[in-house]
Ligand binder design. Sequence first.
Ligand SMILES: Cc1ncc(COP(=O)(O)O)c(C=O)c1O
Length: 391
Amino acid sequence: MNSTRQLSQLTVNLSYLKQNILELRKLQPGKELLFMVKADAYGHGLLPIVQFSFEEAGVRSFGVACVKEALTIRKELPELECDIYVFSEVALDIKSNKELYLNYRIFPVISSHTDLDTFLNTYGDQFKFFPLCLKFNTGMNRLGFSCDEVALVAEKIVSRGRSEIFHLMSHFANSSLSLNKNKRNGIQRDRFENIKRKFGELNISFKHSSLANSGALEQGFKSDDDFIRPGLMLYGPSSLSLKHRDLGIWKAKNISKLETTVIKVFPVNKGDPLSYGSTPCPESGQVIILPLGYGDGINSSYQKAKINFGKFEGHVCARVCMDMITILVSKDIEIKEGERLAIWSYKGNSLNDLSIQTKTIPYELVIQLTSRVPRVYMTGEIDLNNENSSS
Ligand SMILES: Cc1ncc(COP(=O)(O)O)c(C=O)c1O
């Protein structure tokens, strides 16, 4: 594995990913994981995450958003005998997509009549023995067949001589809120159970089913579904809303740490002009310049954010530039050029806390890092109390 050190890098500790997967298996015994790895595995790097979780943690199913992501896995990791589901950009009517689904055994998750009709009819018998995956809208109101279309969907399936759905799905819209108290969550759960029952009454079986995403799983969601579909929680942060975090029974490690290097330190007085627009420095202290800016995905949402560097705290005190940020720290801090600092670390709430400071959601923080920030992979335990050391 690559161990090069650059001024800034995202280090991904794959051992922590494995620990998180094992923890989830303990929390949800017997469930199969359909691990969501869309958007470059939520910014952590698609191929290393898929390969590791397949080879070292026994994950056999992965979820992506579009055919291109699925194809990258199939082409770059041809030896992995895993299932890959495409969730949103399905576009079965595009002939070249159809070829890819069939030739690379990629499962389109069908959630519209256009795609269902194309799957069943347009290409003759080409999909006759291909797994049929269906998604119903139980309240998300984004994609999916509506709950009162079960009979119509069943009729279409039967008319082609089929009697089995391979994977039946729905998706929670509010699992970041209380599963038990929020009425919409209860309604979605009941609607999904009804859909399953109705298919049964119409003699259509389903081999697999899934509903739960991170928010539900973090709250210990229980169902008869044989699959769960975690995303964010396996990368570490919580998907529960701030007010509902105490409902979570899930404790994970962040699998990534964003490190950078101090490239300049200088003393400042209150009112000194800093960076573009000459923002007056709010307090006297020291300014440190870090080589990360919006060209790296550290965008203007970081403006005014407090950053906990472990041994001390600083705050972004001037405009974020393309390649640098300006941080104000106390004059008592001992800090030198060349010192390594972590913007976030493996420790519990690090990314969640930063998302509060940047007024965003933890999903965005890693995903928005651009390709200029190298992803470096490692395995093994780390001394979490000494994370900011440059050793
Ligand atoms: C259909 C589907 N299932 C599961 C997930 C996983 O969600 P989360 O990352 O919140 O666990 C997503 C993510 O958006 C999704 O679109």
